[in-house]
Design a protein around this ligand. Structure first.
Ligand SMILES: [Zn+2]
Length: 561
């Protein structure tokens, strides 16, 4: 090479280097000294991550990431702790959860006096027109263990209707004002399947059992905008404390989405939300041209949630064969499925509008029919990237795993339900069907994509409990310490993948989140312990040290917490 050519080359290289040095801005945040499990196969492990704005710009060694450091860069030393992509809960009910957090807590009220005191306190901060709900009281903790009556609370909340439930959901206590609003008097007959408890004079004591509670539910007004807003804020703070950086809200009411939109505008969403309202209202989204996963990084719509059947707990999940413990009963298809043509039409139209379809299906026949419907759409409309989902997908017919995979349906599952239902499921459906129940391993073996969620507030929101459930399958009653149907256990990397990339894929966001990868949104969580090295039984005790969403710390454990 002639010297002038070398000079020219050198000049180019030098100016390129200068350009690099000049153009690389400093990071806003660098997390160093972490044990990073990236969920990115190209670079599975790292020590440090650099964030610019809301995105990850670098992942590597602490020394390499130091090159991103500038005078304004916030440095977080993770103290060698485990850093994961933030958890993405693919199925929950966010406002219900928030309302529950925001309601009066009576479960640990150890006496009638304490019970009354808590309701009195709540009455003071309850706005006019709002009800005091929630509760979960348990009179067996009192001495003597007597059911409460309206007399206990009438004088302390005379202007606030009160209807607080027993922890088992089978009875609730109303005050006199609530009884009056519901029109329940000494003359009201007990409804079928319910009891209005009465005193010796025949007057209602305030306790309503089972179907009698419906008389009250009919008159309780839907939550006000303010109440929803408060619930959303409680839920957001709670999600942040648990490392949940994205949620997928199933069948929210439109008023809930309105609250999210308001919070997004104010920059107060600390968890990213994908909302899938009921499919019966598919036209509302379709008519303005909203398509699957439409919106901003913080708030998106464009999904629809359908119901194919009921639940195993209430013996309404729809099976090919009768319940083992109830030979006359195969469960129930939902009202949306009757007639089936109405459901087919809704699904076809939703697909025409490019809305994503998420169908609740629990029993094997309900799942099978849902797959039939999806396959009808495929035949009619041809292939596309639809990411159809079946929510719960609990009890699979063995023949349907292949179809599930061929149709590229995502199994949106909640492993906590497995360790809960695992206590009694076999009595309901027998030893054969149980083999393909909560069959997470079989799904993966068939190359079905899994997305993890909790179904909060039906089950706890804590992702570590869900991961614990998926890897141990140890039922809540302690009777299966080595796992209930242990062959269906997942390995920890599979569980983490399902909770991050799997859930991101299920909401069309795998290109922008779900792993610690340069270019992706900086959503991450630092845990108290390394779940990859501790005894899996201890995973449920692991807590969150820090939660980061879009490069901002949204939760930080305070000392002593
Ligand atoms: Zn649900």
């Amino acid at each position: 090479m002639k010297p002038n050519v070398i000079n020219a080359l050198l000049l180019i290289i030098l100016s390129a280097l200068a350009l690099c040095a000049q153009e690389r801005p400093a990071a806003d945040l660098i997390v160093t000294n972490a044990k990073i499990y990236t969920v990115d196969k190209n670079q599975p492990k790292a020590e440090a991550v650099a964030v610019l704005g809301e995105r990850i710009v670098g992942v590597g060694t602490s020394a390499a990431m130091d090159a991103w450091r500038g005078p304004e860069t916030r440095m977080i030393d993770a103290g060698g702790k485990l850093l994961l992509p933030g958890f993405n809960d693919a199925h929950l009910h966010f406002i219900s959860g928030g309302l529950q957090l925001d309601s009066v807590k009576l479960n640990d009220a150890g006496s009638p006096e304490e019970f009354a005191r808590r309701i009195a306190e709540r009455a003071k901060i309850t706005r006019r027109g709002e009800w005091i709900l929630g509760g979960d009281w348990d009179e067996t903790k009192w001495n003597p263990a007597q059911l409460p009556t309206r007399d206990l609370i009438d004088s302390i909340a005379p202007k606030t209707p009160v209807f607080v439930g027993r922890y088992d959901g089978h009875m609730a206590l109303a005050n006199s004002l609530a009884l009056k609003l519901a029109g329940i008097t000494s003359k009201t007959p007990d409804p079928a399947g319910g009891v209005i408890l009465r005193d010796p004079q025949g007057n209602p004591t305030g306790i309503l059992k089972d179907a009698a509670m419906d008389l009250m539910f009919k008159v309780i007004p839907p939550p006000s905008h303010q109440r929803r807003l408060r619930a959303a804020k409680r839920a957001l703070a709670y999600a942040a404390s648990l490392g949940v950086t994205s949620i997928q809200d199933m069948n929210p009411e439109y008023a809930d989405v309105q609250v999210y939109s308001e919070l997004a505008d104010l920059g107060q969403l600390t968890t990213r939300i994908y909302a899938a309202p009921l499919i019966t209202g598919w036209h509302d989204q379709a008519k303005i041209g909203v398509r699957r996963a439409f919106g901003s990084p913080f708030l998106r719509i464009g999904g629809v949630k359908a119901y194919a059947d009921g639940s195993l707990g209430s013996s309404t999940a729809y099976f090919f064969q009768p319940y083992t413990d109830d030979p006359q009963n195969r469960g129930l298809l939902s009202s949306e499925m009757q007639p089936l043509n109405a459901m087919r039409e809704r699904i076809m139209k939703s697909d025409d509008a490019a809305l994503q379809i998420c169908t609740h299906a629990i029993g094997d026949e309900a799942i099978s029919i849902t797959l039939d419907l999806y396959s009808d759409v495929l035949k009619a409309h041809g292939p596309a990237d639809r990411r159809w989902r079946i929510e719960h997908a609990q009890h699979m017919a063995a023949k349907d795993f292949d179809r599930f995979a061929q149709l590229k349906v995502i199994a949106s599952v909640q492993p906590y339900h497995a360790i809960d239902d695992g206590r009694w499921a076999e009595k309901r459906i027998g030893s054969e069907r149980i083999k393909t129940t909560y069959a997470f391993r079989t799904f993966l073996d068939h190359n079905v994509r899994l997305a993890f969620g909790t179904d909060w507030d039906v089950a706890p929101l804590n992702p570590l409990l869900t991961i614990y459930a998926a890897v141990t399958r140890a039922t809540l009653d302690g009777k299966n310490p080595d796992g209930w149907l242990p062959e269906q256990k997942l390995k920890l990397p599979e569980a983490v993948e399902a909770y991050t990339m799997g859930s991101a894929y299920a909401e069309f966001q795998d290109a922008v989140k779900g792993s610690i990868t340069p270019g992706k949104l900086a959503d991450m969580v630092i845990l108290s312990d390394d779940i990859f090295t501790i005894d899996p039984k201890l995973i449920r005790n692991v807590t969150v040290e820090r939660t980061i969403v879009g490069g901002k710390v949204v939760f930080e454990k305070t000392p002593g917490q």
